[in-house]
Design a binder for this molecule. Structure first.
Ligand SMILES: Nc1nc2c(ncn2[C@@H]2O[C@H](COP(=O)(O)OP(=O)(O)OP(=O)(O)O)[C@@H](O)[C@H]2O)c(=O)[nH]1
Length: 407
């Protein structure tokens, strides 16, 4: 798949870091095994799921956005309904959420005889190095995952799951990679969800995040995708304190062919938001995306600013904002975790966009985020160009992160 190779190329630093680490771990204390002794490693048996498994629509991999019927304050899978533009009837997801699903039920990456399944069992004519999975090896694996920004808790859980039923067995780097990729995909599967779009118009998308995280760029990229999907979009440049931020948003608006509403420098962002929703309603816009300031230095001010924006737009539509997107910069690694905690206190964050996954060695933080918060990841930024915003696909991500290849 074209996107897979692009993501893989772009996640090169993350995967090479993990790959080199895994090679070193297996070689350290491993021994060479002749090809005929190499047996394919079965896919891992999932343990109790860290998060409740949710089926993900097949279409999730091809759409950053998803259209749903009713606005609700929280985003749960049952709000997903048939996207109007579903390409094939058989691709339509069943809107199922089963709180009664037993915790031990396997998660879904394995249900699709897809990419990972094709990799599993691949035979090699070359001799391979295998190492007995013992306490030393597990400790090294934990350290490697922690160093890859997966976070201590997630790294321990992932390693324990890999070890389950395999302790004392000999594993090759490729087998470990497959196991690791399956574990990562299993954690990521429930959070890989397109941005839900409700029928209410204008749909208000509030975009929050620290300065420099990629809010402006993401708004531009999203606006372009919405436009391509036939939506009428308006952008409000809500960071009225920084003229440069407003100018940059105007540039992105031009690129995406979307109007950007601005206000004089230093003016009240809530007042701009009110004018913007008024205009969006008058113009019959489908979407209003509101950029916001990201000054964490003064959290009380920022909190007041964000809650005032919400108060004011609710005067025009009490169900707004319909999505509050938190934009996170993957290169900040573990810092992204504290940003989620902080912004959850400042705003009612409904989903995440992770930017700058290209060229960072810190992609593992997504696994920690998914494991810890379970917030939907709607999209990932893999470059600075307008089309460098991709839907989040757990299997592709896991394969790219762990350095799995089809060759
Ligand atoms: N490589 C890469 N760079 C990105 C990505 N997303 C954003 N950037 C770059 O990150 C920098 C900051 O992005 P902005 O969109 O300006 O971030 P912001 O959060 O709006 O920042 P402020 O305007 O300071 O509030 C810019 O140089 C972008 O080109 C991405 O996915 N990959």
């Amino acid at each position: 798949m074209a996107f897979f190779s692009k993501l893989k190329d772009k996640l090169f630093k993350s995967s090479s870091k993990l790959e080199e680490g895994l090679d070193a771990i297996v070689e350290d204390g491993g021994e060479e095994i002749a090809a005929e002794e190499v047996t394919p490693q079965p896919a891992p048996e999932p343990q109790a799921a860290p998060v409740v498994p949710e089926p993900v629509p097949e279409t999730a991999a091809s759409l950053v956005i998803d259209e749903v019927s009713e606005p609700t304050p929280t985003l749960t899978p049952e709000i997903f309904e048939m996207p109007e533009a579903a390409p094939e009837p058989e691709q339509i997801p069943e809107p199922v959420a089963k709180p009664s699903v037993p915790e031990t039920e396997p998660l879904k990456p394995a249900s699709k005889p897809g990419f990972l399944a094709r990799l599993t069992g691949r035979a090699s004519s070359q001799p391979v190095v295998k190492r007995v999975l013992d306490d030393d090896m597990l400790e090294q694996l934990e350290e490697l995952l922690i160093a890859s920004d997966m976070g201590v808790d997630t790294a321990l859980r992932v390693t324990a799951n890999i070890a389950e039923g395999r302790f004392g067995k000999r594993l090759s780097t490729s087998e470990i990679k497959q196991l690791l990729a399956s574990e990562v995909a299993r954690i990521m599967e429930p959070v890989a969800r397109p941005l839900p779009l409700y029928p209410t118009t204008p749909q208000v998308v509030l975009v929050v995040g620290v300065n420099g995280s990629g809010k402006t760029t993401t708004i531009g990229k999203l606006a372009s995708q919405f436009r391509a999907a036939g939506k009428k979009v308006v952008i409000a440049a809500g960071d009225t304190f920084r003229a440069a931020a407003v100018e940059q948003l105007q540039v992105w608006g031009e690129r995406a062919g979307v109007p950007v509403l601005t206000a004089p420098e230093g003016s009240d962002p809530a007042s701009l938001a009110f004018d913007a929703i008024t205009k969006a309603q008058e113009d019959g816009a489908d979407l209003l995306m509101i950029d916001t300031a990201g000054r964490l230095q003064n959290r009380a001010d920022l909190m007041e600013e964000l809650s005032k924006i919400v108060r004011v737009i609710r005067k025009k539509d009490e169900t707004a904002p319909h999505n509050t997107l938190l934009v996170l910069d993957a290169t900040t690694g573990q810092n992204a975790l504290s940003q989620v905690e902080t912004f959850q206190k400042l705003a009612d964050v409904s989903g995440l966009v992770m930017t700058k996954l290209d060229g960072t060695a810190k992609g593992g933080v997504l696994v920690a985020l998914a494991d810890k918060f379970g917030l939907p990841i709607h999209a990932i930024g893999v470059g600075e160009q307008i089309d460098d915003l991709a839907p989040f696909d757990p299997e592709e991500f896991a394969a790219a992160l762990t350095g799995l290849t089809t060759e």
